[in-house]
Design a protein around this ligand. Structure first.
Ligand code: HEC
Length: 108
């Protein structure tokens, strides 16, 4: 009995993260970059930065534009075009269609 509970717990621990991570590697990467590069302002409202609730109301294409040619371009320097799209899907929780060589990104 004890052993089978441990086996079930083990399955939960090791199977679940893989099941979540595999279909949407893009948006998970976007989340990690957001936490490292954007959350210090957008998580706190520092300097008047809009919070996640506001960012969620935007379209992902607008967020990409803000990061490529808008006021967030300096904050986004060095981030690949793929990862900019991953971040935009993460903050808006809306999908982005494939664009040329760039793959479609689905929210979690
Ligand atoms: C140093 C603080 C700071 C950092 C870091 C930062 N932002 Fe911002 N962001 C702001 C402020 C302040 C505004 C509001 C003024 C403006 O729109 O330029 C803003 C505005 C925005 C907007 C427009 C919101 C709207 O309502 O139109 C988006 C989208 C955005 N940021 C995304 C990002 C992303 C993605 C990152 C990380 C790559 C990021 N920001 C990093 C401070 C920051």
């Amino acid at each position: 009995m004890r052993a089978s509970i441990a086996a079930l717990a083990g399955l939960g621990l090791f199977a679940a993260p893989a099941a979540f991570a595999e279909p949407q590697p893009g948006v998970s990467e976007g989340e990690a970059i957001y936490q490292a590069r954007c959350n210090m302002c957008h998580g706190t409202g520092m300097g008047g930065a809009p919070l996640m609730e506001k960012l969620k109301t935007l379209e992902p294409t607008d967020v990409v534009a803000k990061m490529t040619s808008g006021t967030m371009a300096p904050m986004s320097a060095g981030i690949s075009p793929e990862n900019l799209r991953d971040i935009a899907v993460y903050v808006t929780n809306k999908p982005l269609a494939a664009d040329g060589d760039l793959p479609a990104v689905e929210p979690k």
